[in-house]
Design a protein around this ligand. Structure first.
Ligand code: NAD
Ligand code: MG
Length: 297
C-alpha cells in the first residue's frame, strides 16, 4: 500500500465496508476495533508547526482526539490527554507515542460529566504542561435510540452533561490560563446540520457546540485568542461500535459517504493542526466540515 502522502485515489486509500459487527460496552477500546483505525501512529509526519506548544485534548485516548494528540506531539507540542479511567489501555498507547516524539505527556483520567473534575483536569494540565495554549474539547457521548419515547431523562442528562456542560466548565476553567495566540478547538459533528432520527439528544448537543463556539470566538478574539469548530462526518472510531450506532450500521459505516468508506482519524488530524498553529492566524469562529462530501451548509 502506498504511504498516506503519496497521491492516490482517496476512495480506495483505506478500508471500505462491510465491517464485522463488534459490540463493545461504552466507551469502548479503540485497540479492539476491527479493522484497526489509523490514528497516525505510523503514518503522521510532523513538520515542527507546533514547536514548544502545550496542548490539552479531551477524549485524547482514542479516535479523533487520539489522532490530534499524536499529530500535535509530532509537530512539537507537549500534550495532556483526558479520558475515562476505563480507557487506560488506549491512553497508555497514546502517552507512549507522545513520549516517543520527544514530548512531555500528561495523563488525566476522570469523568468530565462531573463539574469538579472538569475544572480540576484543566488545573492538572496547566501544572503538568506548565500552561495551556491549545485547548481541544473533543470528548463526547453518543447513544442511539430508536425513537423519542426511548430517550430517557437519564440519557438526555448524560449526553448534555458530557457534550455541553463539560465544554462550558473546561472552557471557563481554561480561559484565564490561555495566552495571546492560543487556540480553542471544539469537535461538533455533521449531526449539527443533518441530524439522524436515532440521535436526537446527541445531534442537539452538536448544534449547541457550534453556537457556543461561535459565540466564544467573538469574546476570545478580543484577547488575541482564536476558537473554531471541527464538524466530522463518519469516522472509524469506537464511538460507533460502543452504542453510538446499531450494529448493522457499524457494519456499513461510511458506505453512504461520497468516498464509499468512513474517514480514518488521521485524515482529520491536519485540520486540528492547522487550527491550532499560527498558520491559522486569520481563522476564528469558523466551522470546518470534514464530512466525506456531505457538506455542512
Ligand atoms: P471516541 O470514542 O474514540 O472518543 C470519544 C472520547 O470521549 C472517548 O475516548 C472518551 O475518552 C471521551 N469521553 C466520553 N465520555 C466521557 C466522560 N464522561 N468523561 C471523560 N471523557 C469522556 O470517538 P470519536 O469518534 O473519536 O469522538 C470524538 C469526538 O468526535 C466526539 O465529540 C464525537 O461526538 C465527535 N464525532 C465523531 C464522529 C465519528 O464518526 N466518529 C462524527 C462526528 C463527530
Ligand atoms: Mg476512547
Amino acid at each position: 500500500m502506498p504511504d498516506r502522502l503519496t497521491m492516490q485515489d482517496p476512495r480506495t486509500q483505506y478500508p471500505k465496508p462491510p465491517f464485522p459487527k463488534q459490540p463493545q460496552p461504552r466507551p469502548g477500546i479503540a485497540g479492539k476495533l476491527e479493522p484497526r483505525p489509523d490514528h497516525g501512529e505510523k503514518s503522521y509526519i510532523g513538520a515542527g508547526k507546533l514547536k514548544g506548544r502545550k496542548a490539552l485534548v479531551t477524549g485524547g485516548d482514542s479516535g479523533i482526539g487520539r489522532a490530534a494528540a499524536i499529530a500535535f506531539a509530532r509537530e512539537g507540542a507537549d500534550v495532556a490527554i483526558a479520558y475515562l479511567p476505563s480507557e487506560e489501555e488506549d491512553a497508555r498507547e497514546v502517552l507512549a507515542l507522545i513520549e516517543e516524539a520527544g514530548r512531555n505527556a500528561v495523563a488525566l483520567p476522570g469523568d468530565v460529566s462531573d463539574e469538579a473534575w472538569s475544572r480540576q483536569l484543566v488545573e492538572d494540565a496547566v501544572k503538568g504542561l506548565g500552561g495551556i495554549d491549545i485547548l481541544v474539547i473533543n470528548a463526547g457521548r453518543q447513544q442511539w435510540r430508536e425513537n423519542v419515547g426511548e430517550v430517557t431523562s437519564d440519557d438526555f442528562d448524560k449526553t448534555i452533561k458530557t457534550n455541553l456542560y463539560a465544554r462550558h466548565w473546561i472552557t471557563q476553567a481554561a480561559v484565564p490560563h490561555l495566552p495571546v495566540g492560543a487556540s480553542v478547538i471544539t469537535t461538533a459533528s455533521v449531526q449539527a446540520y443533518e441530524p439522524s432520527d436515532i440521535l436526537l439528544d446527541y445531534a442537539t448537543t452538536k448544534a449547541g457546540i457550534v453556537a457556543y463556539t461561535k459565540a466564544l470566538a467573538k469574546q476570545l478574539v478580543e484577547k488575541g485568542i482564536r476558537a473554531n469548530v471541527v464538524a466530522p462526518g463518519p469516522f472509524w472510531t469506537v464511538l460507533q461500535a460502543s452504542g453510538g450506532q446499531p450494529q448493522e450500521m457499524v457494519a456499513h459505516f461510511g458506505e453512504h459517504s461520497r468516498f464509499g468508506r468512513p474517514g480514518q482519524p488521521v485524515e482529520i488530524a491536519p485540520v486540528y493542526v492547522l487550527l491550532a498553529s499560527q498558520e491559522g492566524s486569520y481563522i476564528t469562529g469558523e466551522v470546518f466540515g470534514v464530512t466525506g462530501g456531505a457538506g455542512i451548509a
